[in-house]
Ligand binder design. Sequence first.
Ligand code: PLP
Length: 407
Amino acid sequence: MGKSEKHSEMLPGLSLASRTVHADGHIASHRAIAPAMHVSTTFRYSENPDELSGVGIGEFENLDHNAPRDSHVYSRESAPNTTRLEAVLSSILGGPSVTYASGLAAFHAMLVQLNPKRIAIGEGYHGCHGVIDVLSRLSGLKKLPLDCDLSELEAGDVIHIETPLNPTGEARNLAYYAERARKVGAYLTVDATFGPPPLQDPFAQGADVVMHSGTKYFGGHSDLLCGVVTVTPDEKGQKLFEGLKHDRLMLGSVMGSLEGWLGLRSLRTLELRVMRQSETATKLVAWLASELRDPSSLVSATVEKVQHASVQPEASDENGWLRKQMPGGWGPVFALWMKDADMARSLPSKLHLFQHATSLGGVESLLEWRAMSDPHVDKRLMRVSIGVEGFEDLKADITQGLEAFRG
Ligand SMILES: Cc1ncc(COP(=O)(O)O)c(C=O)c1O
């Protein structure tokens, strides 16, 4: 048995950390340890005329990329770097996974494929609401409140949950919404961007389709755009997977090859990064929350409140849904509400380690006055994305930043 066959046989039993390093081993086309970067858009056909039979309509996307190994046709359909990235993603996310040019392209692809007449959706990333607006214009898709009367939903509609939520980092109960979806035959779709592996597994809570902005934790270094849609590893999921691949080929919303290569490189350290980011964020939130309980503290004088799944009321129930849903740890993003909008606007200018920028999930900590990129939020809100720096350094940076308000 060759090394690559042994690899794929071992995979199901391996830990997340091992799968991020080895799950694409069976399609590595070279003996090089580090993956090669292929940027070609087009690939030579076989030189043997007996192997050339032409391709029927609809068959293009079903060609076998491993016969011979790493065989592709045209990069709008598939390419070596993103195929390896998808092999790792499919292994760690628990189902066949398709990558896209961005998280919003993935959300769009998911809705185009499911084609619901109605979508029940609550708070969360404003860009996803923008995609729904576009689809409403094109197809009449109707947006309903997340907790709408169930009689307003029909089979084939979508209940969409983002958890943890952008920008607060608070979580929503997936098992509860899965049950609502089952009652009416709707799909439960989950945007799990803020809770990548190993923090949570939305399929274990009843999700039908899971999406991520891979720009965040999968990329992890603020240098690539990526979206991912993952379906269940069963017959229903397989049909959706084939439909997603077909639509992507027609719509052209593929990741670039350079991004696919960067994504694969980043996934190797996913667990290390996310565990560190989650632990540091949780410690910072606990510190801020305890300072807020002391009315004479510096934090109490400048900060109104802190929001994060670890301090939402349900987190105190050791056997409740929230701890069951996030067994791997809390998300690395939380929200800070300053006492007033002026303080919120100027806090970033007083910090040295935290960068004032949008996005999240990278190795560098960011703190964004959220009004800069979301027109709908309260002007006191700061979104904090924790990177991989040391806890004490980040705590000291926040402390000196808040001290600056004392003049
Ligand atoms: C929860 C969530 N979903 C989707 C997106 C969109 O991702 P992208 O920027 O990769 O299109 C974002 C971006 O911030 C996000 O935070």
